[in-house]
Write a protein that binds this ligand. Structure first.
Ligand code: UDP
Length: 380
């Protein structure tokens, strides 16, 4: 490691850490020491070559989308783009249905011809009413009725979270749109794109700057006594871990992956198949080659199985976890009131927020402008 204190100590070389370091270098000429305990950058967006030479998303697929032109322009300085061909099907009763639920899904499921109006009417007849939607189950019952909820969501959600949808915030299942048209993209957003050479290339270009020193395989706990940044620490890891789980562990959900090579050009009809059924332990199979368009005689299908132990991937949004997170946030505020230099908690793990990559980058840009203001107005 170079001599001399950095201006910023940035813990976590995922999207948020890379963006803050890049802004700090380019806008303010600040020097960052960017560390990560893993042996690579880009966090869970990291993509890499499988031994077959195929590009894979080892931590699950990342379907970049945004409606924010300024954000897209910012990222376009580090990558060109290919179209995000994000089509997903769900395997229900042995048949593949377009997912998210759209008019084609409804026609196939209910075996009748529908248009937007008749579909909306059908679902309003099937839906259940609640005075106030309090959880994911009520959200889905109020939008879709019991049959669709049980076929497409109940089993998948139980596998994904090891919890019943009635114990999860409405926002969890509310992430998936329900459409009364034939749009079959998995995600919403004006721009649905994939970095042409992958996320790792994008973020490595972003932090390729003389004022950014990257150190991989470095744990913050081993370093914090020795490195005292001049301006601030940016912490992008899990907030409960930062405080040594003082208030108890926050619930996190993890995933395990199996990347299977197949010696044929393509193995499944679209990039992702969802498995709500209890007959298999995995929730989805992903063949990212559908999006990367890589030319290769073979293909890799990644099976994704949720688990409770392992690295934290997802916060688990519920009343209980929200309360605990707020208590940790209080601890963070308290620590910052007494600290010589502030610690900013930013990103999915540090803010215990279930957000997408574009939202994490927006959060990082916003946080950087707050750090700048705090510095300029003498609050750091
Ligand atoms: N979900 C479901 N069935 C599906 C897909 C999603 O029940 O076929 C629910 C599940 O609870 C999941 C949530 O909707 O965790 C959000 O899905 P999304 O695909 O956005 O999850 P992510 O890509 O963030 O893992």
């Amino acid at each position: 490691m170079n001599q001399g204190s950095p201006d910023l100590l940035v813990v976590g070389a995922g999207p948020v850490g890379c963006v803050v370091s890049e802004r700090a270098a380019k806008i303010r000429g600040w020097k960052s020491l960017l560390i990560d305990r893993r042996n690579h950058i880009a966090g869970n967006c990291h993509d890499r070559l499988h031994e077959s030479g195929l590009l894979i998303h080892p931590y699950g697929p990342h379907y970049f989308r945004t409606s924010n032109q300024a954000l897209l322009d910012y990222l376009s300085a580090f990558t060109s783009w290919i179209p995000g061909n994000y089509k997903v099907k769900s395997l229900v009763n042995g048949e593949l249905f377009p997912f998210p639920i759209n008019l084609d899904t409804l026609e196939k499921f209910f075996q009748c011809a529908l248009d937007s109006e008749s579909a909306a009417l059908l679902l309003s007849e099937k839906s259940e009413r609640f005075p106030k939607v309090e959880n994911s189950e009520e959200l889905l019952l109020s939008r879709l009725g019991r049959d669709l909820y049980e076929a497409f969501y109940l089993g998948y959600t139980r596998k994904q979270w090891a919890q019943h949808p009635r114990d999860l915030a409405p926002s969890v299942c509310g992430r998936v749109p329900i459409r009364f048209n034939r749009d079959d993209s998995y995600v919403e957003g004006k721009f649905q794109l994939m970095p042409a050479e992958g996320y790792t290339r994008l973020f490595s270009r972003m932090i390729d700057h003389p004022l950014i020193e990257l150190n991989l395989n470095v744990d913050y706990r081993a370093l914090k006594e020795f490195v005292k940044p001049r301006i601030a620490t940016i912490f992008c890891g899990p907030i409960d871990e930062y405080f040594n789980f003082r208030l108890g562990p926050l619930p996190w959900r993890s995933l395990s992956f199996e990347h299977n090579y197949h010696s044929k050009k393509m193995a499944q009809p679209c990039v992702q198949i969802n498995y709500p059924g209890a007959d298999v332990p995995y929730t989805r199979s992903v063949e990212i080659k559908h999006v990367t368009g890589q030319t290769h005689p073979g293909t890799v299908v990644s099976l994704e199985t949720p688990r409770s132990e392992g690295e934290p991937f997802y916060p688990v949004p519920s009343h209980r976890s929200d309360k605990l997170y707020l208590a940790y946030q209080e601890l963070a505020a308290e620590e910052n009131r007494n600290a010589e230099r502030p610690v900013y908690f930013i990103g999915r793990l540090a803010c215990y927020k279930y957000i997408n990559t574009d939202e994490a980058i927006e959060m990082a840009l916003q946080a950087f402008s707050n750090i700048e203001k705090d510095f300029l107005f003498g609050r750091t």
